[in-house]
Design a protein around this ligand. Structure first.
Ligand SMILES: NC(=O)C1=CN([C@@H]2O[C@H](COP(=O)(O)OP(=O)(O)OC[C@H]3O[C@@H](n4cnc5c(N)ncnc54)[C@H](OP(=O)(O)O)[C@@H]3O)[C@@H](O)[C@H]2O)C=CC1
Ligand SMILES: O=C1CO[C@H](CO)[C@@H](O)[C@@H]1O
Length: 268
C-alpha cells in the first residue's frame, strides 16, 4: 500500500474505498468489512450517504486497529448558523461512526456559508478531533477564496476525476498551494462506456489487467488519491490489486487523449 504525506505531515493512503450508494445495513457493513480484510486502509463516507453507522460497525468488527484506518467523512454546509451546524454535524458523524476522532473531515459541496463552516473545521482541527480538514467539489476560485480568508490550508480537494475529466490544471494549481487532489468516481460511475473504452481496453490487455485496474493505476501514478466503490467482493479485490504493475510513460500519456475537460456528473 502506498501513502502520500498531506500538508500537515500526516499520511494518507493513495487507494481507499468509496461507500456512496452502499445502503445502510448489512450491504454496506459487508462491503466495508470485505474492503478492510482485503487491505484497504482508507474508507470514504459522508453524512449525506446515510451509512456512517454501518461503516462504523464494520470498522469495529474488522479488528483492524483504529489508528491503522484513515476515515474520511463530510458534511453539507448550512445557509444560516453554519458554524454551529457544522459542529453539530461533526458530533453526529462521530457518534454514528462510533469513533472519537476523524482522519479527514471535508466540506462536501461549496454551498451555504462556507466561511463559517471552515472556521468550525479549523476549530475541530485545533482541538485534535480531526487530523486533517479539506474540501470537496471546489473549483480553483473557491479554493483561492478560502485561502485568502483563513489560516488552515485544506489538505485535499476531493473532486470528480477520471480519464474523461482529468483535472490536470486543477492538480497543478492545488499542488502549488500544497493541496492534494483526491478523485471521486475514478470510473466515472461507469458512465460514457468507460469499461468498454477501446484505448483503455488495449492498454489493459497489454498488462493483463482490467480496465478498472489500469484507470486506478494511472491515477495513483499521478499521485491522485482514489476511492473506488464496489459492492462486490471480486471487484473489491480487483480494485485493490494495482500495486504489482506500472504503466509506461507512453501509456500514461496516451490516456490524456480521453480528457473532455469537464465533469460528467457535476459540470465543475
Ligand atoms: N465528494 C463527492 O461529492 C463525491 C464523492 N464520492 C466518493 O467517491 C467514491 C467513488 O465514486 P462512485 O460514485 O462510487 O463511483 P465509481 O467511479 O467508484 O464507480 C462505482 C461503480 O463502478 C462499479 N465498479 C466498481 N469496481 C468495478 C470493476 N472493477 N469493474 C467494473 N465495475 C466496477 C461499481 O459497481 P459494483 O458496486 O457492482 O462493483 C459501481 O457501479 C464514492 O463511493 C464516494 O465515497 C462519489 C461521488 C461524489
Ligand atoms: O458525494 C456524492 C455522491 O455522488 C453524487 C453524484 O452521483 C454527489 O451528488 C454527491 O456529492
Amino acid at each position: 500500500m502506498m501513502n502520500i504525506t498531506l500538508n500537515n505531515g500526516i499520511e494518507m493512503p493513495l487507494l481507499g474505498f468509496g461507500t456512496y450508494l452502499l445502503r445502510d445495513g448489512v450491504a454496506c457493513e459487508h462491503a466495508v468489512l470485505n474492503a478492510l480484510s482485503t487491505g484497504y486502509r482508507l474508507i470514504d463516507t459522508a453524512a449525506a450517504y446515510n451509512n456512517e453507522e454501518s461503516v462504523g460497525r464494520a470498522i469495529k468488527k474488522s479488528n483492524v486497529k483504529r489508528e491503522e484506518i484513515f476515515v474520511t467523512t463530510k458534511f453539507l454546509p448550512a445557509d444560516d448558523s453554519a458554524h454551529e451546524k457544522a459542529k453539530r454535524s461533526f458530533e453526529a458523524s462521530l457518534k454514528k461512526l462510533g469513533l472519537d476522532y476523524i482522519d479527514l473531515y471535508l466540506i462536501h459541496i461549496p454551498q451555504g456559508d462556507v466561511n463559517s463552516s471552515w472556521k468550525a473545521m479549523e476549530e475541530l482541527y485545533k482541538e485534535g478531533k480531526v487530523r486533517a480538514i479539506g474540501v470537496s467539489n471546489f473549483n480553483m476560485d473557491q479554493v483561492q477564496h478560502l485561502l485568502k480568508q483563513h489560516r488552515v490550508v485544506p489538505a485535499v480537494n476531493q473532486v470528480e476525476t477520471h480519464p474523461f475529466c482529468q483535472r490536470t490544471a486543477m492538480q497543478e494549481g492545488l499542488k502549488s498551494q500544497g493541496i492534494r487532489l483526491e478523485s471521486w468516481a475514478p470510473f466515472a460511475q461507469g458512465r460514457n462506456e468507460l469499461f468498454n473504452n477501446e484505448l483503455l481496453k488495449a492498454i489493459s490487455s497489454k498488462y493483463n489487467k482490467s480496465i478498472a485496474q489500469v484507470v486506478l493505476r494511472w491515477l495513483i501514478q499521478k499521485e491522485v488519491v482514489v476511492i473506488p466503490k464496489s459492492a462486490n467482493m471480486k471487484r473489491i479485490r480487483e480494485n485493490f490489486n494495482v500495486f504489482d504493475f506500472e504503466l509506461t510513460l507512453s501509456d500514461m500519456t496516451s490516456i490524456e487523449s480521453l480528457d473532455r475537460g469537464r465533469g460528467l456528473i457535476y459540470h465543475v
